[in-house]
Design a protein around this ligand. Structure first.
Ligand code: SAM
Length: 248
């Protein structure tokens, strides 16, 4: 899977790509990530990427020409991206479902904004979609780009060593993940649930499924409206609700 990231802070993005799962995916040739310095697409002596806003007001606005040239260059040298993503707090919310959708694409370009954001003609003429990573405002699109590349890359086959861990992650099945424990079996007077030490695989599986459903019900009941629970999942949900009714 190919990613192209356009930014005025390439080192910030490269640092985020240099460790962990993504860097291993790049080393193994499963991910092909290019970071483009937007200033390399300027034509003036000062390498300007921003200018004052028409109509006045605070802040600076990212000029459209360098961004358009960067995307054109990516098209020419790297092939046409399936999606050109403008990162913005005003975009559609990036979720696990969006990550799944985008993991089926072969090539995604991401445009990182700074200042007050980009000249709006980049949204209408160059970008194919506008994504937000949440309802808060960051100083730039570099962290959102890394968030999106990371979430999509985890879904590219082979990037995460054991695909079962991705399948069991929060949101993948519409549920939150079950709790995880490792040694020691007792820590600060708190023991690991007995069932996990029992060696009984079927009981462990059922406990994990039930705990995932319970956590989702307690923390994110909204997810259960759309989670595709099987017969066992629905029975476990009823069981949990009955247990909760009995709890003081
Ligand atoms: N004036 C803009 C607004 O209120 O919508 C905010 C601009 S923000 C300070 C600068 C850049 O950071 C944006 O152009 C965008 O690329 C990025 N950014 C900030 N928050 C973001 C978010 N929640 N999701 C995605 N990108 C974000």
């Amino acid at each position: 899977m190919k990613f192209d990231i356009v930014t005025i802070f390439p080192r910030m993005v490269e640092a985020g790509l240099a460790e962990g799962v993504i860097s291993r995916g790049i080393e193994r040739g499963l991910l092909d990530v290019h970071v483009h310095d937007l200033r390399g697409y300027t034509t003036d002596r000062h390498r300007s990427v921003d200018d004052v806003p028409y109509g006045g007001g605070p802040g600076m606005v990212m000029k459209p020409e360098p961004l358009a040239r960067a995307v054109e260059d990516i098209r020419t040298r790297r092939g046409g991206p399936d999606a050109v993503v403008l990162l913005s707090p005003q975009g559609r919310r990036f979720t696990q479902a969006e990550a799944v959708r985008m993991s089926a694409l072969r090539h995604v370009a991401l445009l990182c904004g700074r200042y007050e954001g980009m000249d709006d003609r980049i949204r209408t003429l160059v970008a194919t979609e506008e994504l937000s990573i949440g309802d808060y405002v960051l100083s730039g699109g570099e962290l959102p780009a890394l968030v999106i590349v990371d979430a999509i890359s985890r879904l590219v086959p082979g990037v995460v060593g054991d695909s079962r861990s991705v399948e069991e992650d929060s949101f993948s099945r519409g549920l939150l993940d079950y709790p995880h424990y490792t040694r020691p079996s007792e820590f600060s007077g708190h023991k690991v649930p007995d069932v996990l030490l029992s060696g009984h695989h079927e009981e462990v599986r059922r406990w994990r499924k039930k705990t995932a459903i319970r956590r989702t019900l307690e923390r994110r009941p909204d997810l259960l409206d759309t989670a595709a629970l099987d017969d066992e999942g629905r029975a476990l949900l009823d069981e949990i609700k009955k247990e909760q009714e009995r709890e003081p």
